[in-house]
Design a protein around this ligand. Structure first.
Ligand SMILES: [Fe+2]
Length: 393
């Protein structure tokens, strides 16, 4: 059934495939930019990925004068301000972000400051506070999970005040995302598994939450199909370019889906597990997904039954009685988790991820206040969250 009204917006150009990086110089020219700053982190440099990007500009008019290699795992106000100084000092006119979620969020934060001409990014915190078209931002994701290359969100940490500052605006969407299989080849198995499960959770929550719509469904559906066909194979053999590329595409599509339809209780509880017990985001998603699916089951049985098709393929779907398909979808995800534990030691339970029962109270208090709880298809109480945590322990 279609919603009575919906909105879907994804203006990000996607250049995807072998040698996609080599299109960047031309694309910058189309944007009227010739002096980009590169924002990345030490891991990317050590893996030789920055070099591949720099080589892609050989023989072009683009000269890279400013490179920031020190982005930490959690983007912060201080780092944003440091990069802004570098941007101005080198008279940059555009931004290239090479990395995972933190690098991309940091780049979006820098873009807010230099595009709005502000010295206090906090003035633009919240929803739809940006007023000025942003400078050209090109994103080269090096993980296949966050989908940040196509999302309208950035989260920057205010370390001094111990809060995370959220920014959402259509203006935050990058101009171009480059999915080049060379960029995710060196990702370790465990991070491949965790980020892949984050992408799967984006897609499952986008397909089932209150703001779902036909366009987010289409993106989520294909993301789920590509992840179930390629995640385990990639974790077992990270050197397969085709399966790596499939996951990069899946992550991007899941990002476009949830950027428009939002996520749900898995993310709300997962954010809280991250804040209270420092559980990595993808690990929390993987642990919690089937337990939240169980919780939402009475509202979502029909949709879970539909998802069995992209999860297991036509043959197995046809062989499963229609009354058992929804349960089979959850069973498939549990089995996938077990196999990812075997292959890459990805934690299956909250206790394996280092969470203590004494932390449940604080996690549930944070989760109930998380914005992602609102579009969850079933109302969630604090007691429900405590029960989900207990089940997932
Ligand atoms: Fe996520």
């Amino acid at each position: 059934m279609l919603p009575e009204y919906y909105e879907f917006y994804n203006p990000v150009k996607i250049n995807a495939g072998e040698q996609a990086l080599e299109t960047m110089a031309y694309e910058l020219g189309l944007m009227g930019a010739k002096n980009p700053i590169i924002i990345t982190d030490k891991g990317i440099v050590a893996a030789g990925l920055l070099k591949i990007v720099l080589n892609s500009f050989a023989d072009s008019e683009i000269k890279i004068n400013a490179i920031f290699e020190e982005t930490p795992p959690d983007s912060s106000l201080e780092v944003v301000n440091q990069i802004v100084s570098l941007f101005y000092k080198n008279s940059c006119d555009s931004i290239i972000a090479i990395g995972g979620g933190s690098v991309i969020d940091t780049a979006k934060g820098v873009n807010i400051v230099v595009s709005e001409g502000t010295n206090d990014i906090r003035l633009f915190m919240g929803a739809d506070r940006l007023k000025t078209p942003q400078k050209p931002l090109i994103v080269v994701p090096t993980t296949a999970g966050t989908g940040s290359e196509v999302t309208l969100v950035a989260v920057i940490s205010d370390v001094q005040n111990n809060v995370k500052l959220p920014f959402t605006s259509n203006l935050l969407l990058p101009r171009l995302a480059i999915l080049d299989p060379r960029m995710t080849m060196s990702l370790p198995a465990k991070i491949t598994a965790a980020t892949g499960m984050d992408a799967l959770t984006h897609a499952v929550e986008a397909y089932t939450c209150l703001q779902k719509n036909p366009l987010s469904d289409a993106h989520a559906w294909m993301a789920i199909k590509l992840i179930s066909e390629n995640l385990l194979a990639t974790v077992k053999n990270g050197s397969n370019k085709q399966t790596r590329f499939a996951l990069a595409n899946a992550s991007m599509m899941a990002g476009a889906a949830f950027s428009n339809s939002m996520v749900g209780a898995v993310h709300a509880i997962g954010h809280a597990c991250g804040a209270v017990a420092h559980v990595p985001h993808g690990v929390a998603m993987s642990i919690l997904l089937p337990y939240v699916m169980e919780f939402n089951f009475d509202k979502l049985e029909q949709l879970y039954a539909e998802l069995l098709l992209p999860l297991v393929g036509a043959e197995k779907y046809a062989k499963t009685f229609s009354s058992q398909r929804a349960r089979a979808s959850i069973a498939y995800i549990r089995d996938l988790k077990a196999q990812l534990y075997e292959a890459a030691a990805l934690p299956v339970t909250l206790s394996q991820a280092g969470i203590k029962k004494e932390q449940f109270e604080m996690i549930s208090n944070k989760a109930i206040d998380d914005g992602a709880i609102l579009p969850n298809p079933k109302e969630v109480t604090k007691q429900d969250i405590l029960q989900i945590l207990e089940n997932a322990f």
